[in-house]
Design a protein around this ligand. Structure first.
Ligand code: FES
Length: 105
C-alpha cells in the first residue's frame, strides 16, 4: 500500500487535506474524515449521498464509471466529472485527487 493525498471541499466550502492508502474506497475516507452522512447505503449505488465532483485532471485518471454507476449518475442529474465516491477505489493514479462533495440533504 502507498499513501494517496486528497483535497476535498465539503458542503460548507471548507477544504480538507487528507491522506489515505491505496485500496481504500473514497466514500469511506470521506465519511470517516469529512461528513458522517456520506454513504448511507453502504456503497450499494442507491443513495447518492456520496456524489462528488472531481476536477477534470483527476477524472481522467480514475477508472471509468460502471453501467450501474452511470445509471445512478443520470438519475441524479449529475453531469461531467461527477462520480459516486463509493465506486472509486483509490490507487496510485488517484494521488493528488481533488473532489467537491455535491450531495445536499
Ligand atoms: S454510498 Fe450510496 S450511492 Fe454511494
Amino acid at each position: 500500500m502507498s499513501e494517496v493525498k486528497l483535497t476535498v471541499i465539503d458542503r460548507g466550502g471548507e477544504t480538507h487535506r487528507l491522506s489515505a492508502e491505496t485500496g481504500e474506497v473514497l466514500m469511506h475516507v470521506l465519511r470517516d474524515n469529512v461528513d458522517l452522512e456520506i454513504g448511507i447505503c453502504g456503497g450499494e449505488i442507491s443513495c447518492g449521498t456520496c456524489l462528488v465532483q472531481l476536477n477534470s485532471d483527476n477524472a481522467e485518471r480514475i477508472a471509468a464509471a460502471s453501467e450501474d454507476e452511470a445509471e445512478m449518475l443520470d438519475a441524479l442529474g449529475a453531469g461531467g466529472d461527477s462520480r459516486l465516491a463509493c465506486q472509486i477505489v483509490l490507487d496510485d493514479a488517484a494521488d493528488g485527487l481533488q473532489a467537491t462533495i455535491l450531495y445536499e440533504d
